[in-house]
Design a protein around this ligand. Structure first.
Ligand code: NAD
Ligand code: AKB
Length: 318
């Protein structure tokens, strides 16, 4: 029986993953944790611990107390915040991950940690970016992501820790707002379209990036956790994607539902620089081959669902 600990469980991914895991594996088998106890269905619906992942003793204590055998490490600082505070990004993304891997090694736990398209850099082939290619990121977030991939590989090779992970693109969801990334505009655009009928985009119109709707991301995590280990060659850094678009394309899709919607641009140079260093589109054939990765939502299906769900959430009639 799998018994999960999720770190950073009140964030964009964790708040939805915790609920889906509880549905599938039972509430008591999914221990959620985060820096503090915030108001959330995740805190109310099952076990919750206050945990700072830089505190390895507390992490070890919680793993022992709940007899955890899977740690899903979602505590992190994302790209935009990480560029403003690189030492914090290093402390949490690297030292935190190191603690997670050490505690996992000592307590025989498996570990899932997401990497990101940020693990690539300006020298990486931009289109159809291969699974195995040049990785020389020029952001602190990207440096921690590629180092994290290597550290997870090391713990598998050296100590036999069952480490797994994917390189997520920008994730779009209606439940919890994103935590300070470069792809966040693709979430905010839906809120602003419904609330104000207009959106000022911080990235220029030619900025292509890979994206994915949260239900596909949640399935990716659970499918990889459940995958037959003997079939996994890449383990910690599978390219996964569901769509690639630029701001014009998402705006045009929204206009099909909200005809009066308009978008203008006020480019944020810091964000633009980060986005320009990332791929336009990923090749995710290794994930398809090794564990049957198969996303369900494209831009059209995601936009319809996002707008329907957000209208309900924001109590908007349109
Ligand atoms: P998020 O910012 O929404 O949530 C991160 C959570 O970590 C927050 O709830 C925060 O309180 C918590 N946290 C911060 N410092 C902590 C600490 N010291 N100890 C414990 N908890 C701490 O992030 P997310 O979007 O849910 O991302 C989760 C993981 O997925 C990260 O590794 C991120 O790099 C990766 N990822 C996310 C995306 C995306 O678009 N959301 C894309 C690619 C990769
Ligand atoms: C970010 O923009 O920082 C994240 C990511 C793609 O890793 N959404």
């Amino acid at each position: 029986m799998k018994k999960f600990l999720i770190t950073g469980a009140l964030g964009q991914i964790g708040s939805e993953l915790a609920m889906e895991l509880r549905k599938r594996y039972g509430n008591e088998n999914v221990v959620a944790s985060d820096l503090s106890k915030r108001e959330s269905i995740v805190v109310e619906s099952g076990p919750f611990e206050v945990l700072d992942i830089t505190d390895s003793d507390k992490l070890d204590e919680i793993v022992k107390k709940h007899e955890i055998n899977w740690i899903i490490n979602l505590a992190a600082i994302l790209s935009a915040v990480g560029e403003k505070n690189p030492s914090l990004a290093w402390e949490i993304n690297m030292n935190g991950l190191f603690n997670v891997l050490e505690v996992a090694r000592e307590n025989n736990c498996a570990v899932f940690t997401p990497s990101s398209i940020a693990a690539f850099g300006p020298n990486t082939p931009k289109d159809d970016t291969p699974q195995d290619t040049i990785q020389r990121p020029n952001t602190m977030y990207g440096v921690t992501k590629v180092s994290g991939e290597l550290l997870c590989d090391y713990y598998y090779e050296k100590f036999g820790v069952d480490t797994r992970g994917v390189r997520f693109p920008g994730l779009i969801s209606y439940s919890t707002l994103p935590g300070g990334g470069t792809t966040d505009y693709a979430v905010h655009i839906y809120y602003e379209a419904l609330k104000k009928g207009k959106f000022t985009c911080p990235l220029d119109e030619d900025t292509y990036m890979d994206m994915m709707y949260m239900p596909d991301a949640i399935n990716a995590i659970i499918d990889l956790i459940e995958a037959d280990a003997s079939k996994l060659k890449h383990r910690n850094a599978f390219n996964v994607t569901a769509m690639s678009f630029n701001p014009e394309m998402i705006a045009n899709e929204i206009k099909k539902h909200i005809s009066e919607f308009t978008m203008d641009y006020d480019v944020n140079n810091d964000l633009q620089k980060i986005a320009n260093s990332w791929p336009n589109s990923l090749d995710d054939s290794a994930a398809k081959k090794e564990w049957d990765w198969n996303p369900k939502y494209d831009l059209e299906a995601m936009t319809k669902d996002m707008l329907d769900k957000l209208k309900e959430k924001l109590n908007i009639e349109k």
